[in-house]
Design a protein around this ligand. Structure first.
Ligand code: UDP
Ligand code: MG
Length: 335
């Protein structure tokens, strides 16, 4: 097992870091810690729990400060605004220390007890141990159906294979974490990235539990954005398919032109086809606009990536010294 590079020379390393993104989860933190800490004490020599406060507007950060005062193994990073769960996870991975990291939600939908199994599999040599939803009946039927459709679609057009039912709840060995840290893309689709990095992987089946408190932070529009980010970051099919359609259409148009030429030579001009002309102009204009739109969507993404803005900005560190900042991959690269 390799150790994270970040934090080497920084005194004693915890064996494991648990990364938990939190967005207005004030009421869940205590309940989570109550179940999580005993599990970690049982299965690893030392650990830290790193909460990434994703711009909460309730008293989540106050609760995290209090938790840190009571137990110094509990740490928090507070982002300057809500950057979204995917970026919050990236921030957590950047600041994780130890030989492995576990990513989990704060709402107890991910049973902490499963971490014992994760650690056991990791000790067997797996570097990417992911929880696989067997049952997610706690989500409503529409969301379940759309999720299922998304996985089907991704399976047929995506360039990366996504294991069905695998989410963010997982254990990653330090090597896998180091790999994820090198990926600084903004339109982040973590599930795709975990699959893309590869490494020896294994699934651990589990049933999603009901949310302890509060409501899901993911509206259908947020989920749609995430799905589009996933598809467009991991598939170039929408770009390619229009070239094929364009080619076929042009060939058909050439054939048609030949047909009309011969017919005109043989029989002369008949009634000008006003209707068919309008129909075909509209049809092709539609296709052109659609393909332009798809190209535009990709260009929009290129635009976002070339700006190379920092992925997130940290407003406050609780129990983390600023040394960690000097060890961030971006700083290492520029050094
Ligand atoms: N979350 C976050 N930023 C966001 C939305 C969610 O950090 O913008 C966190 C949230 O606090 C929780 C986890 O991501 O710990 C999963 O969110 P949620 O339970 O709302 O998602 P769902 O279970 O509905 O997929
Ligand atoms: Mg949840």
């Amino acid at each position: 097992m390799t150790k994270f590079e970040a934090g080497a020379g920084e005194g004693r390393q915890p064996q494991l870091t648990v990364i938990t993104p939190v967005f207005n989860e004030s009421r869940n933190i205590e309940a989570l810690l109550k179940r999580l800490v005993p599990v970690l004490e049982r299965c690893v020599a030392s650990f830290q729990i790193l909460f990434v406060d994703d711009g909460s507007t309730d008293d989540t950060l106050d609760r995290l400060r209090a938790a840190h005062c009571a137990d110094s193994r509990i740490l928090a990073l507070s982002l300057s605004r809500n950057f979204g769960k995917e970026v919050a996870i990236a921030a957590g991975l950047d600041h994780a220390r130890g030989a492995a990291a576990v990513i989990m939600d704060a709402d107890l939908q991910h049973p902490p007890e499963l971490i014992e199994t994760f650690v056991a599999r990791w000790r067997e040599g797996y570097k990417n141990v992911y929880a696989q939803r067997v049952d997610h009946a706690v989500y409503n039927p529409l969301r379940r159906l759309l999720t299922q459709r998304f996985y089907k679609l991704f399976g047929s057009v995506g360039d990366t294979r996504l294991p069905e039912g695998a989410g963010d709840f997982r254990l990653l060995d330090a090597r896998a974490v180091a790999a994820l840290r090198t990926m600084r893309e903004h339109a982040r689709f973590s599930k795709g990235l975990y699959a893309w990095i590869g490494f020896k992987s294994v699934s651990v089946p589990f049933d999603v539990e009901a949310r302890a408190h509060g409501e899901s932070k993911f509206s259908y529009s947020k989920l749609t954005h995430l799905a589009l980010d996933g598809l467009m970051s991991f598939s170039t099919l929408p770009l390619k398919v229009w070239s094929y359609i364009g080619l076929t259409t042009s060939l058909l148009a050439l054939t048609l032109a030949g047909f009309y030429l011969i017919r005109t030579l043989m029989f002369g001009v008949d009634v000008p086809g006003y209707a068919s002309l309008i129909v075909s102009i509209t049809f092709f204009a539609g296709i052109q606009l659609l393909s332009l739109g798809i190209i535009g969507a990709y260009i929009g993404r290129i635009f976002a990536e070339v700006k190379r803005r920092p992925l997130y900005l940290i407003e406050e560190r609780v129990g983390l010294d600023s040394l960690a900042a000097d060890e961030s991959p971006a700083r290492q690269r520029s050094a």
